[in-house]
Design a protein around this ligand. Structure first.
Ligand SMILES: C[S@@+](CC[C@H](N)C(=O)[O-])C[C@H]1O[C@@H](n2cnc3c(N)ncnc32)[C@H](O)[C@@H]1O
Length: 236
């Protein structure tokens, strides 16, 4: 059988209803053989899976809060951290690895601790040899070593019973960091908006971080209604 374009392969293989298993299977095939027997694609396994996922979302929307970080945004966020070889970087919410790849482009050997709660995303990361902590970052996950920098595009808004889930991510990041640590994070709203509009329950967060830099970033992968700002925060 000749190779097919991603849209054709996706249409023939799962329609747009239950793609998780097929996407994981495609990742395994590609990772094992350096190519997929039926998909015409030049690039890494994570890039192929990302292209499949983007095609899927055009018709069916995002799966369970997985809004990808666009490469130029990921690169800017990673660059803002001025990563050094001895840094230990935490990436909560690995997704399909856009932030991981951006950090690796800057520091190929640095230690990275990633956390992801969705099984199928963990399977894809493991298929390409990336070890993750599989767990709920908001549920008291324990990290294997102290980290000093954080790179994060958290889920936003209402998800899995959380009302402002990005605020819970920031609270959890604060528990894993100490004063002086740096956090590059994408948050909804224009610069400043998110901090000014924090509901009472989350106001203590303002005392935990100092804003070093903030910039409005177009991120076409985010839900249409959400404008995003990239922040560089220092843990107080
Ligand atoms: C906005 S997406 C980030 C996508 C990623 N930067 C990328 O480009 O692929 C948020 C990610 O966080 C994960 N996530 C959401 N809640 C989580 C939790 N409580 N613990 C761990 N991961 C979580 C989602 O499964 C999703 O992969």
């Amino acid at each position: 059988m000749s190779k097919q374009s991603i849209p054709t392969w996706l249409k023939r293989n799962n329609g747009f209803s239950g793609p998780y298993e097929k996407i994981v299977e495609a990742a395994l095939h590609h990772a094992q053989n350096g190519e997929h027997p039926h998909i015409a694609f030049e690039g890494t396994t994570l890039e192929m899976v990302t292209a499949i996922y983007i095609e899927h979302t055009k018709k069916a929307g995002a799966l369970d809060g997985l809004y990808l970080t666009w490469r130029h945004v990921a690169d800017k966020m990673a660059a803002s951290l001025k990563l050094q070889p001895k840094d230990v970087l935490l990436i909560p919410g690995f997704g399909l690895g856009a932030l991981y790849d951006a950090a690796r482009r800057i520091q190929p050997e640095m230690c990275i601790v990633s956390v992801e709660c969705q099984n199928w995303l963990v399977q894809i990361a493991e298929a390409v040899g990336i070890k993750l902590i599989k767990g709920d970052f908001l549920g008291g996950v324990s990290l294997p070593l102290p980290i000093n920098k954080v790179l994060c595009n958290p889920p936003m808004g209402r998800l899995w019973g959380y009302n402002k889930v990005e605020a819970d991510f920031l609270a959890s990041i604060a528990r894993h960091t100490v004063p002086g640590d740096l956090v590059a994070i994408l948050l909804p709203g224009e610069p400043g908006y998110w901090w000014e509009k924090l509901p009472n329950a989350h106001k203590p967060l303002r005392d935990l971080y100092r804003i070093e830099d903030e910039e409005l970033v177009p991120n076409p992968a985010a839900p249409k209604s959400i404008t995003c700002t990239r922040y560089l925060l220092e843990r107080r």
